[in-house]
Design a protein around this ligand. Structure first.
Ligand SMILES: Cc1cc2nc3c(=O)[nH]c(=O)nc-3n(C[C@H](O)[C@H](O)[C@H](O)COP(=O)(O)OP(=O)(O)OC[C@H]3O[C@@H](n4cnc5c(N)ncnc54)[C@H](O)[C@@H]3O)c2cc1C
Length: 573
């Protein structure tokens, strides 16, 4: 297999030597390290590598180069190698953030740091690093390793756990790829019509009449398997026979955090997830506002780490396990699973989050996964290369998707019904969108239909004030238009507000919400629902702040309240 490239660019030969040496000493065996003193030559080299199908993992450029500033070079390089992580290298002690780890006189001068931070905010670079020292610079290598790990999440894995052979535009294949990517399972896709795909089918003993075919790392061949069959193959489908202390329904940030804290507090913890570990956050290409990750972290990385943490404390994960019913019984609750079977728990935590509203326009549903997507995963950015992508929606998730997809697509158009983005999008994203040449915004417009044979080819856009319709060529539509809570499986004893969000704590007792009531003589715990012993946390909860950090915080608090509830129950029995 071709070694991925680490490229360093600095027009100062001394600076390049230090950077190039530091990279070669650590990464020479697994990566091809290339050093260039000229940004122009480096761009040519990147084009050659692209033509040869050679992956580029990390691109580093000195911030202060005479001919082309490092940020400009990296912005240009992005159109050639969109998957590469782009790093601006600032001089040691230069305009980076003050460091608590390395006692060098790093500049505390925010003004000097502004161009670097601006380049990150505008998406010209992914992050910055201080130039490495001459010796073993562990802080530098720690950051490089993190970048390589993030890159590897989206790249063709060196050690795939699954090979999928399917038609390129198959909706089921799209779903499988999305599910595997979001569960952090490395896979390789082979188009069934390609020579490679045909040879893989033959090796698997398949004639291609039934697709998708999955070849597992064990050699096992699965033909169009349901998701729970794949979960079984990865040991992610167990449900204990007896009664666990707490069953957590939904493994987004709230559920994962609750699983970490409940299991670490010694509770037997069952974590049930219907689709993919990480929830909505798992589909976020870069979460920049989560505490402790100043350079941001992809939702997939965060989810994988949290999942491992929960598992290491003893939480039992059960994926592809949609919960369809909840019933109070003598010693707790019985949970019914959509695919059959049930589980038992002394307490339940609902962390089922929300999902996107569906766009209702003729032709859209038939092209789901074949050009029409709800949400956009980073791993699929490459699929939009060179095309015209439309994004329906005007909130932050739409803004983030636009900025991410603009790295791959030729043109990205955000379509909003309202007359501006300001009502629902953060200003930093609006600034980034304004500064990105290949993103435009069509306000006062709605998607009125989709056309194409087998895949999306055109969209019908309607002016909301005049009613005029226009058909425009489109290679993809990403829909991000708001959220609905996953609560239709809950029994009527669990009070919800008029939009279906679960009511908890003081909202049950202050008479503020007619949809919910609290019967017991004791007050409810702050995250307890109207059904005592059942708690709710994260986006699904009435009044929740829809953020990763808030969901994680609520998950940890809910775990503590569940522990207290179980202690109360034990004392009173
Ligand atoms: C594209 C995108 C980008 C975002 N970027 C950011 C960002 O940069 N910063 C930020 O702070 N926030 C961001 N958010 C918001 C953030 O991801 C959410 O606020 C957060 O994920 C909520 O966590 P949660 O655990 O409450 O719910 P969710 O993440 O929605 O997770 C709920 C989980 O429950 C599962 N589930 C649902 N019903 C059932 C059932 N019946 N049985 C079993 N499982 C079930 C779902 O499959 C899902 O995995 C982003 C959201 C999106 C969509």
């Amino acid at each position: 297999m071709t070694s991925p490239v680490l490229m360093a660019v600095d027009d100062d030969p001394g600076g390049l030597r230090t950077l190039d040496d530091a990279l070669r000493r650590r990464y020479d065996r697994d990566y091809l390290v290339i050093g260039e003193t000229s940004p122009g030559t480096a761009l040519g080299r990147l084009r050659e590598l692209r033509a040869a199908g050679h992956p580029v993992a990390v691109l580093m450029a000195a911030s202060a180069m005479a001919a082309t500033p490092g940020s400009e070079f990296l912005a240009q390089a992005c159109s050639i190698q969109p998957a590469a992580k782009r790093v601006l290298v600032v001089p040691r002690g230069g305009p980076g953030a003050p460091s608590l780890r390395v006692p060098v006189p790093l500049v505390q001068d925010r003004q000097a740091a502004t161009p670097v931070l601006r380049a990150i905010a505008l998406g010209m670079v992914d992050t910055y690093l201080s130039a490495p020292g001459a010796g073993r610079d562990e802080e530098f290598h720690w950051a490089v390793s993190e970048l390589l790990e993030e890159w590897a999440h989206d790249a063709v894995p060196a050690l795939p756990a699954v090979r999928i052979i399917a038609h390129e535009r198959s909706a089921r294949a799209h779903e499988l790829r999305d599910t595997l990517a979001r569960n952090g399972i490395p896979y390789v896709f082979h188009a069934a019509g390609s020579a490679d795909g045909r040879s893989r089918l033959q090796q698997a003993g398949q004639d291609g009449s039934a697709l998708p075919v999955l070849v597992m790392y064990t050699g096992e061949v699965l033909v169009d398997p349901p998701n729970d069959r794949i979960a079984v193959a990865f040991g992610l489908a167990s449900v204990p026979e007896g009664t666990v202390d707490v069953a957590i329904v939904g493994a987004g940030p709230a559920g994962l955090s609750a699983a970490v804290y409940a299991a670490s507090e010694g509770l037997s913890t069952l974590l049930l997830e219907r689709e993919a570990i990480g929830g909505q956050a798992g589909s976020s290409s870069l979460i920049r506002n989560y505490l402790g990750f100043p350079r941001g972290i992809s939702g997939a990385s965060l989810a994988t780490r949290a999942f491992e943490q929960a598992w290491s404390f003893g939480a039992i994960p059960s994926v592809a396990r949609p919960v369809s019913g909840l019933q109070p019984v003598r010693d707790g609750f019985t949970l019914r699973f959509a695919g059959g079977g049930e589980g038992h728990a002394r307490s339940v935590l609902i962390t089922t989050g929300v999902s996107y509203r569906r766009l209702d326009a003729p032709g859209l549903d038939s092209m789901l996964g074949a050009g029409v997507f709800y949400g956009a995963t980073a791993s699929e950015g490459g699929a939009f290369s060179g095309g015209h992508v439309f994004i329906a929606g005007g909130a932050n998730s739409a803004g983030q998707a636009a900025v991410n997809l603009a790295r791959y697509a030729q043109q990205v158009t955000i379509v909003v019904r309202g007359d501006s983005l300001a009502a629902r999008m953060s200003q930093y994203l609006i600034d980034e969108i304004t500064a990105t040449a290949n993103i435009d915004v069509r306000t006062g417009t709605q998607i009125a239909g989709a056309e194409g044979s087998g895949k999306l080819e055109a969209l019908i856009l309607k002016d909301t004030s005049t009613g005029d319709a226009e058909t425009v060529p489109a290679s993809a539509l990403v829909v991000l238009i708001g959220a609905m809570p996953h609560t239709d499986w809950l029994p009527s004893q669990i009070g919800r507000d008029e939009r279906g969000f679960v009511v908890t704590g003081s909202d049950l007792t202050d008479g503020g919400d007619p949809g919910a009531s609290w019967a017991p003589p004791r007050p409810p715990f702050p995250l307890e629902t109207s059904l005592p012993g059942v708690f709710a946390a994260g986006d699904v909860r009435h009044g929740s702040v829809k953020r990763v950090a808030s969901a994680v915080g609520e998950g940890s608090i809910a775990a503590t309240q569940v522990t207290q509830y179980l202690q109360q129950q034990a004392r009173s029995s």
